[in-house]
Write a protein that binds this ligand. Sequence first.
Ligand SMILES: CC(C)(COP(=O)(O)OP(=O)(O)OC[C@H]1O[C@@H](n2cnc3c(N)ncnc32)[C@H](O)[C@@H]1OP(=O)(O)O)[C@@H](O)C(=O)NCCC(=O)NCCS
Length: 178
Amino acid sequence: MSDSPWTLRRLHAVDDAQIDALAAVLIDCVEGGASVSFMLPLTRERAVAFWRKVAADVAAGRRALLVAEDGEGICGTVQLVLDLPENQPHRADLAKMLVHRRVRRRGLGEALMHAAESMARECGRTLLVLDTVTGDAGERLYARLGWTRVGVIPRFALMPDGAPCATTYFYRDLAAAP
Ligand SMILES: CC(C)(COP(=O)(O)OP(=O)(O)OC[C@H]1O[C@@H](n2cnc3c(N)ncnc32)[C@H](O)[C@@H]1OP(=O)(O)O)[C@@H](O)C(=O)NCCC(=O)NCCS
């Protein structure tokens, strides 16, 4: 028996209840100031529309999706984008790493990253790439877990309130990692 307050699992199909719960996690992160593609205010309709597209990609094998669940439901998620050009069959982009504010700073982000790396290996992907807001918790997490920092692009995106932010690119070579 695990002592973790959450369980992690890969979803091969995403139902309406799971889409609703994932939308709630996304809205919580954006309302908390995370720059993850969306501006404020993020309505439930837009968040659900995003996750419906993800669900279609998951069903088609274009993305691989992990969720973390605790007694209150889905509290974290991360995904791998698998539909890359044919000359990059060994690669995936790691995207939409989201932990609800109610469970942050307890190690769930780290657990999701380890699970995402295992899922990548299962999918036959050995080179992972991600980008994250420079200076945020995500950047510290990826550096701490051994990801290689490539560099910073200034003015890359906007924070949910409209302020410009830089992004830092990272990669992880699973073929070289233990
Ligand atoms: C980035 C994010 C996923 C991290 O999730 P998390 O579950 O809080 O991650 P962890 O708990 O593994 O680590 C976060 C911090 O908690 C600390 N921590 C972990 N377990 C802890 C514990 N049991 N007690 C105290 N602190 C702990 C870690 O050392 C880390 O500290 P640091 O930020 O000062 O370096 C989360 O902040 C998030 O969803 N942010 C918004 C969305 C986002 O920006 N995503 C990244 C896009 S690429």
